[in-house]
Design a protein around this ligand. Structure first.
Ligand SMILES: [Cu+2]
Length: 238
């Protein structure tokens, strides 16, 4: 490869790397958590990235070692025994250990996002997915919004999620994991924003032509601002 061809080949790699790094921040990044559920998910993700990087490096190292070494002469039985050992170790034991460790950490994290009983029941917000917009309803006050959720910061909120047509997926990456919105079924996801802020959500299940435009804005307000907003809405509705 000539030096200029090599430079040309390097450019797309650098662009992909730069693109990946810019995705690590912003108001829709799961790597910039703003709530306890999202923090758990991000921590698990970093661990998975670290462990998979170690495994990748080990596999690449083994591959290079296999390329450049000259194996000593062995009989067929020994060759088969060595091959079996690699198959059992790398193909069975390694994935088994990796998946067990992943589940041991992943299951409790998923469990904490479930609507488990609390001493004080969290506030409820109903969200219904439509092609291609979000209907947001506050059953305690009768308020309804479109493509916009206002929630109190610093306390858990239970999102009751449904769909009016096809399967959508509710995902506000900075607050927690995603969950499907299925016609005829209500899924409940508990999320909390630790501090006031503005976050972006996105439908995470392909739901038709305008799926990519099915965007949601979530605003978490400090308790005083939240109470003031509720009072304003109720006054406007009277
Ligand atoms: Cu959708």
């Amino acid at each position: 490869m000539t030096p200029s061809a090599s430079r040309q080949a390097r450019l797309p790699c650098l662009l992909v790397l730069a693109g990946s790094l810019t995705a690590c921040g912003g108001d829709q990044s799961a790597l910039a958590p703003a709530g306890s559920a999202a923090r758990d998910v991000a921590l698990l993700w970093w661990w998975m990235l670290g462990v998979s990087a170690v495994v990748l490096l080990a596999v690449c190292g083994l591959w290079l070692w296999a390329q450049f070494r000259t194996p000593p002469p062995t009989d067929q039985d020994t060759e088969q025994r060595i091959a079996r050992r690699w198959l059992i170790g790398g193909g069975l034991a390694l994935p088994l250990v990796a998946i067990t460790v992943l589940l041991a950490f992943g299951i409790p994290i998923g469990h904490r996002m479930l609507p488990l009983p609390l001493t004080e029941a969290p506030m409820k917000i109903e969200v219904t997915g439509h092609q291609w917009w979000w209907e947001v309803h506050y059953p305690d006050t009768g308020i309804t919004l479109e493509d916009h959720i206002i929630m109190p910061a610093g306390r858990p909120v239970d999102f009751h999620l449904e769909s009016a047509d096809v399967i959508h997926s509710f995902w506000v990456p900075r607050l927690g994991g995603k969950i499907d919105m299925i016609p005829g079924r209500t899924n409940v996801l508990r999320l909390q924003a630790d501090a006031p802020g503005r976050f972006r959500g996105q439908c995470a299940e392909f739901c038709g032509l305008r799926h990519a435009h099915m965007v949601l804005t979530v605003e978490a307000l400090a308790e005083d601002d939240w109470q003031a907003w509720l009072a304003d809405q109720q006054e406007a509705g009277e």
